[in-house]
Design a protein around this ligand. Structure first.
Ligand code: HEC
Length: 115
């Protein structure tokens, strides 16, 4: 194989590597992102809640006898549910979803040791 024919493949690999590292470096910046959390939540979690509670499913978070009353409990519940659904979420993904639910519904503030 000549060097000339190998070059496009190498360039394509370089572009792929750059794209991948950009995608991977986003959550590594450390900022919790409720917008990403919302997307993950809507993709993986909402359908089942809607099935049981109707509407947009948010009633499950707002009902009078809800289970979650603290940020610690919310963090644990999100971790449990992500494991239960085999979502393949990383800790950053769980943090983003917990932040989304905390700010939009539960109003329970930041996790212990942050902010
Ligand atoms: C297969 C159905 C199903 C899926 C999928 C599901 N949930 Fe749930 N979730 C439930 C049910 C049912 C309850 C209520 C349990 C109860 O009332 O005892 C619940 C409760 C919750 C609660 C607590 C609500 C409260 O009472 O305050 C949270 C938070 C929650 N789910 C988050 C998630 C997240 C995050 C995901 C996605 C990773 C998810 N759930 C996926 C069925 C589901």
């Amino acid at each position: 194989m000549t060097n000339r024919s190998a070059r496009p493949a190498r360039q394509a690999l370089a572009v792929l590597a750059a794209t991948l590292s950009a995608a991977v470096s986003l959550p590594a910046q450390g900022a919790v992102d409720p917008t990403t959390g919302r997307q993950l939540h809507d993709k993986t979690c909402v359908a089942c809640h809607v099935q049981r509670y109707g509407g947009d499913g948010s009633k499950i978070y707002l009902r009078a006898d809800r289970m979650i009353h603290s940020r610690a409990a919310l963090d644990r519940r999100v971790a449990t549910c992500s494991a239960m659904t085999n979502a393949g979420w990383l800790p950053d993904d769980e943090a983003n979803v917990a932040e989304y639910l905390a700010t939009r519904y539960y109003k329970v503030g930041a996790p212990a040791g942050k902010k």
